[in-house]
Design a protein around this ligand. Structure first.
Ligand SMILES: Cc1ncc(COP(=O)(O)O)c(C=O)c1O
Length: 427
């Protein structure tokens, strides 16, 4: 029988149509267009706390030769032990470091092992929109189907905050059925910066219990919640520990996104499923990097709740940056949503859209055309919001773009200067 080679090299349908993710696309775009400022991807442009890379250098140069060899597959002992010490008091239960935690290649792999380790063909997963873009392709790769529900602003006005973006309760319950396997929560939320309240979490928890659904809580921005709000871990709500997998990231915790160390914690019978997927794909993360994160957490625990402790100083530092960027954006015609956590500002650009001729850009969605033209004309890179919406709901994001504000103060100030210059040019 004659077969065609193109049939054999086709990307399996479970990986979608083979489109590049927004991160790949925009990193390529930057090398081509070279905007002066990059407020796109979520990463700091300044140094992490110095004890963190110092711990890595010490680990890699250690006299113990095993420090540069394979370590325990499900998580380097020193790191899982320090994670257990960190999280046990926060969730009011003793976490077993060996069976209730897994270390992964970034929160990304924690999401992957969670989804691939539980979702089967035909299962449904409820996802809140806008959503971190990898959730949907991962659900598809597992053979599942995502059911989306959008956060919507109560009313669009010039002093919006992320608290005003809410989920319609009736619509939410209508998505649950006996096909629902999992609910994915992200708090603090990327891109909106919404910090879910106890009441909101209780409603989600009650539905997860009523329909017997697993809850995945992506909490990578857990240390970036602005006073007086507090981050609430859904795993601490009654009856939730046994059905919740909570995901964290050292990249976000210590401003070392390039290290790609993440983790998941939860009951042993759920974590076991992640361990199997992990064992059969990456097996283990780098030993010295895990050792360094373990030491860095121990160091922060030794100065816990002091003003210097990075888990607390980071949010204070970001609050000041948030306010600076929010003012600059408002002064330049954007309608912003003031975030309660995280390090992104979502901005509505309709008032200034006519300053750019978008007809020269070929992309399908208006916000993508806007971000590309804006990067070329104002020299500032941002991310289009449609990247965070499902195929059928892109229209909900088309008037928004996302700015990242974990940037040097001078970069934020320069954003103001570039925006004013752009306004002058386009008068
Ligand atoms: C909501 C959310 N989840 C997961 C991740 C992935 O984190 P990591 O870099 O640790 O893989 C990110 C990264 O930006 C994120 O914003």
């Amino acid at each position: 029988m004659q077969t065609n080679i193109s049939d054999k090299i086709r990307l399996p349908a479970r990986y979608g149509t083979g489109e590049k993710s927004v991160w790949i696309e925009y990193n390529e775009f930057i090398t081509e267009v070279k905007p002066k400022l990059n407020l796109g991807q979520g990463l700091p442009d300044y140094h992490c706390p110095s004890h963190v890379p110092k711990a890595l250098a010490e680990a890699a140069l250690s006299e113990n030769p095993l420090m540069n060899q394979y370590t325990r597959g499900f998580g380097h002992p020193r790191l899982v032990q320090s994670l257990a010490k960190l999280y046990s008091p926060l969730i009011n239960r003793e976490i077993n470091p060996m069976s209730e935690i897994i270390v992964t290649v970034g929160a990304y792999e924690a999401l992957f092992t969670t989804i691939l380790g539980h979702v089967e063909p035909g299962d449904e997963v409820i996802v809140i929109e806008p959503f971190y873009d990898c959730y949907d392709p991962m659900i598809l790769a597992a053979g599942g189907k995502a059911k989306f529900i959008a956060l919507k602003p109560k009313k669009i006005h010039d002093k919006m905050t992320s608290a005003e973006w809410y989920i319609d309760e009736k619509e939410l319950e209508s998505l649950f059925s006996d096909r629902t396997k999992m609910f994915i929560l992200n708090t603090p939320h990327n891109p909106l910066g919404k910090v879910f309240t106890r009441e909101e979490l209780e409603k989600i928890a009650n539905l997860c219990k009523k329909y017997n659904v697993l809850c995945v809580s992506d909490e990578v921005y857990e240390w970036m919640v602005f006073e007086p709000l507090k981050h609430i871990r859904i795993a601490t709500l009654p009856g939730m520990w046994e059905r919740t997998i909570t995901i964290g990231s050292a990249g976000k915790m210590f401003s070392v996104t390039g290290w790609k160390v993440g983790w998941a914690y939860g009951p042993a019978n759920l974590i076991k499923n992640l361990q199997i997927v992990h064992q059969n794909c990456v097996y283990t993360h780098c030993t010295p990097v895990q050792e360094a994160v373990g030491r860095a957490i121990e160091f922060e625990l030794s100065r816990w709740k002091t003003p210097e402790c990075y888990m607390f100083s980071l949010a204070r530092e970001l609050l000041a940056k948030r306010d600076v960027l929010d003012r600059i954006l408002k002064d330049n015609g954007f309608l912003t949503t003031l975030p309660e956590g995280g390090y992104f500002i979502t901005a509505e650009y309709s008032n200034i859209a006519n300053k750019l001729d978008l007809s020269t850009e070929k992309d399908k969605y208006k916000d993508t055309r806007f971000t590309k033209k804006f990067a070329k004309e104002a020299s500032i890179l941002t991310i289009p919001m449609t990247a965070f919406y499902s195929k059928d709901h892109k229209h909900l994001g088309e008037n928004y773009i996302r700015f990242c504000f974990i940037k040097k103060d001078e970069v934020l100030a320069q954003t103001g200067t570039l925006l004013q210059e752009w306004h002058q040019k386009t008068k």
